[in-house]
Design a protein around this ligand. Sequence first.
Ligand SMILES: [Fe+2]
Ligand SMILES: [Fe+2]
Length: 267
Amino acid sequence: MNILILGDIYGRPGRNILKEKLPQLITQYEIDFTIVNGENASGGNGLTTKNAKQLLSLPIDVITMGNHVWQQKELLETIADFPQIIRPLNYPDPCPGKGYDIFEYQLKTEETKKIAVVNLSGQIFMPALDNPFNAMLPLMEQLKNSADLIIIDFHAEATSEKIAFGYYMDGFATAVYGTHTHVQTADERILAKGTAYITDIGMTGPLDGVIGVDKEIILETMLTKRPKRFETATGSVQINGIILAIDDIENKVTKITRLYETFEETK
Ligand SMILES: [Fe+2]
Ligand SMILES: [Fe+2]
């Protein structure tokens, strides 16, 4: 099977380009299962209930989140209504939502694959959450016996923390990919014990901004050191992510391919 994973959907431009292009990408790359990061889908900050419903009306199976998960406060109340939404596992208790789940996908052979999707937040230059390496430990034994594929969105700033976590999961996870920086890295590979890895899969949203935000606003804040309300950039857009080709017998990734597509401004 083929799994498509897309980086942080940013604001209306990100949502619109997905609505327009996702069905086509799924046909073109023969995608069976789609995971997106939705932490910036609503104006760059969090995910509203309305936008969650819109995204899930597209061929999207799972939405992972990140440090912006609670910026649209309504999601605190409504996250339980969306079994497809996964927020970082290492938020302290009590915290609504869930840090992982197992999703079922039926292959053409009628065999059912159990796909575990885990979301974790890093600690370096990130909110002070529980240690993600330790948070993963109790889950490992459980997932080893209950999932065919284990896919981990490691939402973190520091490349070092992401790479270390990739090695930590090598041979256990099917794939570990980074999100949060909104800039795709070119280090995709399959690690020695078989785990597919990439430091960051990038962002789906405005191309011509500063990680999603209007570049003039960011330049002004950097020049004046005064805060200014962020607005989503306009203009050209990008779709960033990865495609995992899976050997359905071994349950291992045979190929990890980066997806980096840009499009002219759409209205
Ligand atoms: Fe993000
Ligand atoms: Fe983030």
